[in-house]
Design a binder for this molecule. Sequence first.
Ligand code: HEM
Length: 323
Amino acid sequence: MRSAARRRAATTVPVAASMAVAALVALTASPAVAADRPALASAQTATATATATAASNSCTITDATVTWGFKESFRSYISGSIAKGAWEPFGGVSYATPVFTWTGGTGEFDPATGAGTLSFGGGIRFTGHNGLLDSTVQNATLTMSGGSGQVLLDLSGVSMDSALAGDDTVQTHTQVPLVTLDLAGMTVDRSGETLTLSATDAATAITAEGFEAFGNYEAGTAFDPLTFTATGECAAETPEPTPEPTEPAADEAAVTNTSNSADSSDDASPAALVAVIVSSVGAALAATVAGIFAVRAARRRKQRDESAEREATDSAAGDGSST
Ligand code: HEM
């Protein structure tokens, strides 16, 4: 009986300790902790998606063409009997009645916001009045921003007011937003990595800045409608990273997080930290439980030994009395 009792006492501590560890294992797998994992995974996925989206929105315009008559009445004035002048497109710009054509434009466009730019080289020189009128528009930039846009141009020449006043000082203005563009009808077609933009007969009107630089036409005066097409390439969609299906073991998580650089505290996974804390508390708890059971077992052993000694003494005393 005594040896059986000792065997039970001897096996009680490891069983209790293993129960405590089992409870801790269950705790680390509890819904409260596990519930953090999908949240973490989706937070990481959201960051990756935002990065992928930012990259995929970046489209480069590799070729663009604009056809625009500038202003029909101005062309009539230049080529007519008053100015008796002409125009000379240059730098890749051409003319075929009734429009000038700009080719080889480049730029960028963001399909998510509808914002972008198209830039063209070359320009047009208008002359008349035996050289008194000598105006050049060049380096066109077409800006787009969510349904509207502008045409910016470098302007140089002598204004009519100055010319009539006898002042032939050439004024130069860089990238003046000469006219507004109505891009409500612009189409944006993205097919995989290929982007196509087009707008047909977009209405234009001179701006206040255009009036200041070019003269003659009050702000809001209509210029010719403008047509353009553009093609480009967009960054390939970056596939979303697949979240890890399983969490690393507590020890691995601890190593992973502590081996990070100085900003590891910002990047540390809460689930991993919880696992480390639970692991630490579990070890302490297991040790405490084991200690309690060891003390209680030793106490029971001592009580049994004392009881056995008393029985032996009583037995001896009984034997004596019977003799
Ligand atoms: C001595 C020199 C000039 C004379 C005598 C002159 C005369 C005129 C006249 C008579 C008109 C009215 C045309 C019309 O309504 O049919 C006109 C229009 C105009 N002029 Fe001049 N001009 C001179 C210089 C200039 C210069 C240097 C510029 C600079 C760009 C200029 C730009 C214009 C423009 C934009 C118009 C309006 C054309 C339109 O109807 O759209 N002129 N000019």
